[in-house]
Design a protein around this ligand. Structure first.
Ligand SMILES: *Cc1c(COP(=O)(O)O)cnc(C)c1O
Length: 647
């Protein structure tokens, strides 16, 4: 261990980093910090079997895989599946529930071939199934799901062909449930069943009226996009009876939105759905499955609260509440208990993938105090004086922020004067530069003196942010973390090394795109949100790696090609023996050629046009042949490479 490291260790320990970034709260059994200050990953939740993330990245770089990169741990996916099934097993045994549990994975949560294939094969022992929300997803589910006992839930808008496909698939030996989401779909099901002389398994999605909150709160209630209202459910029931299809009505479904924060909301919905189930049973519907949808949340900020980035319940609480609430409802109505289905997506897929990106550099406002020159402009002198005055405010007076507020008002006034004087030609460029630097020096001194834990005016508090560093990330937010931009989703983000060293900077991230929205400036803070993250000083020539965690659900497919930044490298890792791993899959990042083609450009044609332009320049003696070739070589080479910056 070198001297510098041990010096840091005296007052900063890896435990301090774990506490600062909340790692022990959101990291579950999968992420921890080792004594080298690196993040360790325990893919199967066993702390005796870990991989050092930094070592792993170096070995991946050795295989010519550059950053940014998605590292996916298939063992985590399998472990999440195990934990979900175990939670329901425990709950069913504990309450002595008279029905089974069977899960399905909603494909829309992560459609990647390898993810779906992996879940189908790991899930075989539980007859784990799939949920499709479109015809393309149905095709995936029909082809990949080869277990006759697994369920295939067909949600989403359905046309005639969708329904006929499901009916025919039943004859292939699959178990497709066509869930009626819109009142019109019942007619299509009846028509298709008559035409084919066979019926699908039928489900009904109920539009619940229970209260809801949060981002996806409008998934319930009368105005919800999907599901049948109570009158429509009764009409559908009648129509199925008339068409002689009632024997195939086997499932009742509801879904109250993603990331349910408050278990109280879920309980209300379960009670309402439970009542609808028992009423329908009493009317004679042979329903024997209750599908409680998705919504099982992730504790992104580790606070265990109802904040949007958290949940006030655990996986076991969730399973217990589903089982106990439905049991209670059936018992008091003396109705047979249904088999339970969940469609949890986020809860299965979030943990398994980590996005790693490197930092290209950082910048902050120029706040060094400039040297005093001769004949300085009055405005500059005024600012110097203000700076001295701030430094002279006696310590005893600092608890009253009015002194600092007054000083800052002076700074703003002088800064404004400087700008006016510059515009009118009374102040030269070097003097204006000094005025700017001095204003920031004043801000820095004020921030140093701000009383802690007191009501400070927002304006002064915001100085922190103005002085903070911007870290330039080799990343496109729009490609790799779109929900941070689109719906203000919070993910745990932290350095994945140097965690035995105190982070002395505060900063936020700016991405590579030329879009001012291309930034990350909201970070988890134990149930709150902070705009700046504690980061380390960048050492020139040394890598600084940041990890975005819990992003395995929804991000990849929502990501787009803004500014033509394409997909990143992605690798799938499987543990082999202790501490060893193999790369199961490598998906290379999009090349520039790929993203150009995606927008209908022809890379060959672009090259040819450029070649012709160089020929013309050569003819006019403006370009040497060797330089023309150099230019063409650069571009040809670049077309075959990733869209991100090479370190
Ligand atoms: C999106 C969706 C899900 C998955 O929700 P999660 O919150 O990811 O578990 C489940 N069911 C339906 C009908 C959905 O639309």
């Amino acid at each position: 261990m070198n001297r510098k490291l041990s010096k840091h260790k005296k007052n900063w320990h890896v435990e301090d980093s774990a506490a600062l970034y909340g790692l022990n709260q959101w990291g579950d059994c999968y992420f921890s910090i080792n004594d080298r200050g690196h993040i360790d990953v325990s893919p199967n939740g066993d702390s005796n079997n870990k991989l050092d993330l930094i070592e792993l990245i170096h070995e991946l770089k050795g295989r010519n895989l550059t950053l940014p990169m998605l590292i996916r741990f298939d063992d985590i996916l399998e472990d999440r599946l195990e934990k979900l099934h175990n939670a329901f097993k425990v709950a069913i045994e504990y309450y002595n529930y008279k029905g089974s549990y069977q899960g399905v994975f909603p494909i829309k949560c992560n459609q990647q071939r390898h993810v779906v294939e992996e879940l189908v094969s790991c899930g075989y022992k539980w007859n784990f199934g799939l949920e499709a929300g479109s015809k393309a997803e149905l095709l995936i589910a029909l082809s990949l799901l080869n277990d006759p006992k697994a369920l295939l839930i067909c949600n989403g808008y359905k046309d005639q062909r969708y329904i006929e496909t499901a009916i025919l698939a039943r004859q292939v030996g699959r178990q497709p449930f066509v869930v009626i989401e819109q009142a019109e779909e019942i007619e299509r099901i009846i028509t298709a069943s008559k035409k084919l002389g066979a019926a699908p398994l039928i489900g009904i999605r109920a539009k619940l009226s229970s209260r809801s909150i949060g981002r996806w709160g409008n998934s319930v209630g009368e105005k919800a996009k999907f599901g049948l209202s109570i009158p429509d459910i009764l009409i559908t029931f009648e129509k199925l009876c008339t068409a002689n299809l009632i024997d195939d009505l086997k499932l009742l479904h509801f879904h109250i939105g993603s990331q349910i924060n408050d278990i109280g909301i879920l309980k209300d919905s379960l009670q309402e759905a439970g009542q609808i189930y028992t009423e329908l049973r009493r009317l004679g519907a042979p329903i024997n499955y209750l599908d409680v949808g998705g919504g099982l949340g992730i504790d992104y900020d580790g606070s265990k609260t109802v904040s949007p980035a958290s949940t006030n319940y655990s996986l076991q609480n969730y399973a217990n509440d589903v089982v106990a609430t439905i049991q209670e409802c059936c018992k008091s109505n003396n109705v047979q208990m249904p088999n339970l289905i969940t469609e949890s997506g986020r809860a299965i897929a979030s943990h398994f993938s980590i996005l790693i990106f490197n930092i290209l550099g950082s910048s902050s406002v120029p706040s060094n105090t400039p040297n005093t020159g001769q004949n300085e402009a009055l405005i500059v002198k005024n600012l110097r004086e203000t700076l001295d005055n701030i430094k002279k405010i006696p310590h005893s007076k600092l608890s009253d922020h009015t002194y600092l507020q007054e000083a800052w008002n002076d700074v703003l006034k002088f800064k404004d004067d400087a700008l006016t004087a510059f515009r009118l030609g009374y102040l030269g460029l070097p003097e204006r530069a000094k005025a700017e630097q001095l204003s920031w020096s004043c801000a820095k001194e004020i921030v140093k003196r701000l009383p802690k834990h007191e009501e400070i005016p927002k304006e002064l508090n915001n100085l922190h942010e103005s002085l903070a560093e911007v870290y330039y990330a080799n990343l496109s937010v729009f490609r790799s973390a779109p929900d941070t931009w689109a719906i203000d989703q919070l993910f745990p983000i932290m350095p994945i090394h140097r965690l035995d060293e105190e982070p002395t900077k505060l900063g936020s991230f700016a991405d590579l795109t030329c879009d001012s929205d291309g930034k990350i400036s909201s970070f988890i803070d134990n149930g709150n949100i902070k705009s700046l993250l504690e980061l380390h000083k960048i050492h020139p020539g040394e890598d600084y790696f940041i990890g975005l965690f819990l992003g395995g659900a929804y991000q990849e497919v929502m990501g787009n090609l803004h500014n033509l930044f394409g997909s990143t490298n992605a690798v799938n890792i499987r543990l082999t023996s202790r501490g060893k791993y193999k790369l199961d899959h490598v998906i290379r990042s999009n090349t520039k050629s790929d993203v150009l083609k995606a927008m209908d450009h022809d890379p060959e044609e672009l090259l040819e046009r450029l070649r012709i332009a160089t020929e013309t320049a050569i003819q006019k003696d403006k370009l040497k042949i060797i330089d023309a070739q150099r230019l063409m070589d650069h571009i040809e080479h670049s077309l075959r490479q990733s869209t991100y910056l090479q370190s």
